[in-house]
Design a protein around this ligand. Sequence first.
Ligand SMILES: [Zn+2]
Ligand SMILES: [Zn+2]
Length: 122
Amino acid sequence: MEDVFPVEVKLQEAEGSLTITWSDDHVSAFSLAYVRGWCPCAVCQGHFTGQWRYIESRALGLSNVEPVGNYGMRMIWGDGHDTGIYQFDYLRGICHCAACDPTGERFAERVRSKSPLGSFGR
Ligand SMILES: [Zn+2]
Ligand SMILES: [Zn+2]
């Protein structure tokens, strides 16, 4: 997969959704709870295990999204949690739209290997 980056990030807090439009015109529609569940930070993920874990959480609202360099974005959650930096390939890797995840398998995942998609999780 060539490097893609978000061209539009739309946070709709009332609906609890985060919609990302990518440079290749792909659209990822996430629920905030889902994005929070995959928070990649060390606080959520704990010690390195070679796997990403989905951490169930209440939907806490997302206060802000800030760009980090040219490779990712920081999510600032309603409970003040702001240590999660989501790299673009990571975010794209959890996209569960009909094209990325036709069987719903990805959406149902609760652990995943740190490199199922090439550069994903580098
Ligand atoms: Zn976290
Ligand atoms: Zn997708």
